[in-house]
Design a protein around this ligand. Sequence first.
Ligand SMILES: Nc1ncnc2c1ncn2[C@@H]1O[C@H](COP(=O)(O)OP(=O)(O)O)[C@@H](O)[C@H]1O
Ligand SMILES: CC(=O)N[C@@H](CCC(=O)OP(=O)(O)O)C(=O)O
Length: 260
Amino acid sequence: MKPELKIFKIGGGIIDSEADLLEFVRLFSEVSGPKILVHGGGKGASEMMANLGIAPRMINGRRITDAATLEIVTMFYAGKTNKQLVAALQSRDVNALGLSGADGNVIQATKRPVRDVDYGFVGDLSEASVNSTLIHQFLEMGLTPVFCAINHDGHGQLLNTNADTIAASVAKALSAKYAVALHFCFEKRGVLTDVTDDKSVIAKINLADYAELKESGIIADGMLPKLENAFDALQFGVDKVIIEHALYINEVLKTTLCLN
Ligand SMILES: Nc1ncnc2c1ncn2[C@@H]1O[C@H](COP(=O)(O)OP(=O)(O)O)[C@@H](O)[C@H]1O
Ligand SMILES: CC(=O)N[C@@H](CCC(=O)OP(=O)(O)O)C(=O)O
């Protein structure tokens, strides 16, 4: 039997509030066994950009990342957010190791080719992108890797990748060695039939439900790429995918995804 590995992804809605972030760190520090944290921070990055007079542009949940945007998101994700999270985890006795994809060449991406849209310095990940051997070694050393959304192309160019995609790719790559549970944590209790009603959590979603929910428009905005990544992970070896509130990871109200 494969050993268990828990991968948690937190998004910008939680990172934006210091109190929420510290509460998540407390809960995460109590999670037993080998674990990995992947963080976004899109909301804070957009605020920082707006303060600097640069209008953020998103298409299909992905940020158009020109050179100026890349500088800001690198500072915000790989700098401030990653290091604050690592320090908070250390204060809870979690030996966290903050990583961009460039560190140890742990995730290498390819700049997204220009088709209908030029996304700029956005990185796409493939099966070969994630160095699962190195991540396994970190876990064996008792370290908890903390990934941000910045990676590189191996030729000196930093790239920005949606953090849900990073979480799903790391989960897929490690599923050869581990039974991986992938938790997408954000500021709602799961996938909702009514986004304004936290009680309307859909307990289970399979591939057929997913198609219907998309068609009916119940799933929209950032939930679209999140579920796309989530089902991709399930189809490529990840054991469990859960969508839940970052501050209620120990409670039963959540969405579990399944293929059939
Ligand atoms: N059916 C749905 N259930 C829950 N959230 C939804 C749904 N449809 C759209 N959303 C939106 O998706 C957002 C989550 O996507 P995103 O902001 O990208 O997450 P993250 O904070 O993890 O980056 C929610 O804040 C919500 O506004
Ligand atoms: C290419 C791309 O879209 N990158 C994302 C990375 C951060 C992210 O995904 O943050 P959340 O998880 O908080 O949304 C962005 O810059 O917004």
